[in-house]
Design a protein around this ligand. Sequence first.
Ligand SMILES: Cc1cc2nc3c(=O)[nH]c(=O)nc-3n(C[C@H](O)[C@H](O)[C@H](O)COP(=O)(O)OP(=O)(O)OC[C@H]3O[C@@H](n4cnc5c(N)ncnc54)[C@H](O)[C@@H]3O)c2cc1C
Length: 422
Amino acid sequence: MGKIAIIGAGISGLSTAHFLKNKYQIKIFEKDLKPGGLIKCKQVNGSLFHICGGHVFNSKREDVLDWFWSKFNRTLEFTKADRNAVVYMENGDKIPYPIENHIYLLDERTQKSFYEDLNEIDKIKGLNAGFTDYDSFGDFLRWRFGKTLYDLYFQPYNEKVWRCNLSTIPMSWMEGKLPMPTTQEMRDNNAKRVEEKQFVHSTFWYEKTNGSQHIADKLAEGFDIQYNSRIAEIVFDGKNWIIQGESFDKIVFCGNIKDMINMIKGVNVDEFKPAINSLDYHGTTSVFCEIDKNPYSWIYQPSRSHKSHRIICTGNFSESNNAAEIMCRNRITATVEFTDEINKEEILENLKYIPFNPIYIDHQYNKYTYPIQNGNTRNMIQSLKAKLAPVKFYFTGRFADWEYYNMDVAIGAAMDMVKKNF
Ligand SMILES: Cc1cc2nc3c(=O)[nH]c(=O)nc-3n(C[C@H](O)[C@H](O)[C@H](O)COP(=O)(O)OP(=O)(O)OC[C@H]3O[C@@H](n4cnc5c(N)ncnc54)[C@H](O)[C@@H]3O)c2cc1C
């Protein structure tokens, strides 16, 4: 059996380990004290805090679903829920997501200008505008959904999420991730009051206990994982790869490419360093709160009165996520998200303006949560893969591939990487 080192025990590293375990001897190095990476959770005063977001599972890929459900028992370990997401408008109205299908719930003046916008879009962009007909993400939002919805929701919400001028975000990065309703579909969806079922998470699975940490803990079972091991150097000696004095035939790196590029010794990757060092990204401050009981899963917040863009009502995903005393007060736990780092004082000030009366419990800042690509990123990463594959060094994962993967897409990418190279 060949020997493989996997760096990182997030969902990418753990699923890769499963895909390779029958053919190779595997050792996983993880810098943290437990598995999970971004899907990690912790108990705080008897409630479950998703330290980053509030992870739910589903997939459009049958091969990913088949594999996942071969590892977990759907009925014993998970519950299935329908997405109940709303946009919380400045005036307190709660408009179901996606907002463009629920225009009939807005006031008459807004409805009228929305339909005027659709006519304007037809004239200017044509009836069948495609992905390449927009200059930027901002241009897409403005000219796909019209100025009324852009001003009311898309611009303020997305500026909070991305903290930049939306016209600087290239469309190439959004490929495959954007809903592309035509003006006629928006008219029809509103006329027929159609509920959107296209989203990957329009229904989702959630763990009965311990949230997404359950996935990580179970996938980690039985593997040789060296925790508390931040790998700083991976050396190629001309034949094998050496990590902390131990020799491996192959490497699968599932951490952050910005670290990886400086770790590799014995293979010259200098030409890639400038592009990788300049890759842009966002972090997230996840604020764990108790909030008023409500029926929602996600609450999107375009309001300019505070900096948070989303509340994930993790307390609604499983009752076991809420300490008994919180439920006695008719409240639930939730994660209130802010883009990038904000300190506790600022958090407390912002919470005053956020709906559902949030009370602070804990918070965590994660420096890397959203990779931001530029027009060159994908090609550059493919070239680096082509350079490293012949020396049996492979990489996959959200921050290794610098791709906006969900858990299931990360599993799919690991599956594809293994099929291609092993
Ligand atoms: C706010 C937010 C909400 C999300 N919600 C959902 C959701 O609801 N559903 C969904 O499917 N997806 C969701 N995602 C996406 C999901 O989190 C990711 O797709 C997935 O967790 C990525 O896993 P990964 O293994 O690629 O990376 P990571 O989770 O980042 O794992 C990398 C691992 O490598 C380790 N590591 C890094 N460097 C080193 C080193 N030098 N030495 C040793 N170890 C190292 C890290 O500690 C970490 O454990 C969300 C993401 C965010 C940011």
